[in-house]
Design a protein around this ligand. Structure first.
Ligand SMILES: [Zn+2]
Length: 432
């Protein structure tokens, strides 16, 4: 069993007491956090090359990207500044129809490299060729929640559902527990009732959760009211979908008060994507209201074609800024709450809050070290404020996932970036 000792760190634990420990030692044994020594007294027999002097570094639980379509890195910058539906129908979906399994593998690898560099240790993915995404995560040593996207209008939708259920059953907990599986019906407006019912049955039989886009635009809710006499949340609830656990509901921008009550009561994980919502002008999700109602709220970047990056530090900051502007209240979504959403909240939204999202003995060792020895992170009045309002992805120094270092001193340990760039370039020549 490999052990690592991170010495003299400032540790933002994200535990129930919101403790920040200074000059502390963090001992990692195997895949788990073994101990935290707040007084810097950890003396152990860890080999010298496995000891990191973290003076000047701040340890946080790795960010959990609660909603993305990772391989859409391939479409980053391919079509911008368009409304959601024409963007999907005219640009995104036609190109996606040409993608093959290895394209998705390398697109996902590119996204994983970007995320590790930004201190992200887990992502919740919904895309085509889900096995390729899961393989990429395992090869990179990245934690991932993977669901295949299900669109009922595709000619082979039934076959895809069958394969997705099989995948969900066979791949859950693969790769030393790195991979968690879900089913991914795209959205209430792309999947009819009878199909959603089969998804619910499939999720229950495979013992997995569901990842779905919900109430992203005003138009989606109006259409749902017209066609079904119900909001998307009411419709999903009526179909029993919200009784599956966990349900990761992306966006949730346009909610009624009754919808909010339902989401809270059913412990649905709301995956808030402020960057995507702003870029596509979808609106401002009622996050302060959801948090006040004790909803489970996490943060996601959405796909890199609608963001356009996978930088969770930026997403955490956007969540803190957007709701201040939108509510006219500078106390809305304070720094702690924003950081909590991007780490522990996201983990809870994905149903893995019992193993990641906090730095605490017994939790999986998914940890990012941020380099505070820089002018824009000085002086240190408040380290949480700095992470949220002043830090950027390039400040991430080292990252551990499941106890394994995937980046040390800004050098990726499991990925060959030049190979990834080459593969992506070669594939795009064919695709575009
Ligand atoms: Zn999405």
């Amino acid at each position: 069993m490999e052990t690592w000792l991170i010495r003299n760190a400032t540790i933002i634990t994200m535990d129930d007491d919101r403790r920040v420990l200074s000059d502390s030692d963090l001992l990692i044994e195997g895949s788990e956090i073994k101990s935290l020594q707040p007084d810097g007294s950890e003396t152990s027999s860890v080999p010298r090359d496995r000891v990191i002097d973290a003076s000047g570094l701040v340890a946080i639980p790795g960010f959990v990207n609660a909603h993305t379509h990772c391989a859409m890195t391939l479409l980053r910058g391919y079509a911008d500044d368009m409304p959601l539906m024409p963007w999907l129908e005219e640009r995104v979906w036609p190109l996606e129809m040409k993608l093959g399994e290895e394209d998705v593998y390398w697109g996902t690898m590119l996204g994983i490299a970007e995320m590790i560099r930004a201190g992200v240790t887990c992502f919740n993915d919904m895309y085509h060729y889900f096995e390729a995404a899961a393989r990429a995560a395992i090869d990179a040593g990245m934690r991932a929640v993977v669901s295949g996207v299900l669109l009922a209008f595709l000619p082979d939708a039934d076959e895809r559902l069958g394969r997705a259920i099989e995948f969900a059953r066979d791949w859950k907990e693969k790769g030393d527990g790195l991979v968690v599986t879900m089913l991914g019906p795209h959205a209430p407006y792309t999947v009819p009732d009878h199909f959603l019912e089969r998804v619910v049955e499939g999720a229950k039989s495979a013992g997995v959760g569901i990842h779905i886009h919900v109430s992203e635009t005003e138009g989606e809710v109006a259409d749902s009211q017209r066609e079904f006499g119900q909001t998307p949340v009411e419709r999903l609830d009526g179909l029993g979908l919200l009784d599956v656990h966990p349900v990761a509901a992306a966006h949730c921008v346009h909610l009624t008060d009754a919808d909010i009550e339902t989401l809270v009561e059913k412990r649905v994980g709301v995956c808030h994507c402020p960057g995507s919502n702003m870029k596509l002008a979808s609106g401002a999700a009622p996050i302060p209201k959801l948090l006040a109602a004790d909803a489970v709220v996490g943060l996601g970047t959405d796909g890199p074609a609608s963001n356009n990056n996978l930088d969770m530090i930026e997403e955490v900051r956007l969540s803190a800024l957007l709701h201040k502007l939108h509510s006219g209240d500078p106390t809305a979504v304070p720094a702690w709450q924003a950081l909590e959403m991007g780490t522990r909240g996201s983990a809870r939204a994905l149903g893995i809050g019992d193993r990641v999202g906090q730095i605490k003995p017994g939790m999986k060792a998914d940890v990012a070290l941020i380099d505070f020895r820089q002018p824009h992170l000085f002086p240190r009045h408040d380290v949480v404020s700095h992470v949220v309002y002043a830090a950027r992805a390039g400040d991430v120094h080292s990252v551990f996932i499941n106890g394994r270092p995937v980046m040390l001193n800004r050098e990726l340990q499991t990925l060959d970036e030049s190979r990834i760039f080459q593969e992506v370039n070669d594939r795009l020549e064919r695709l575009t």
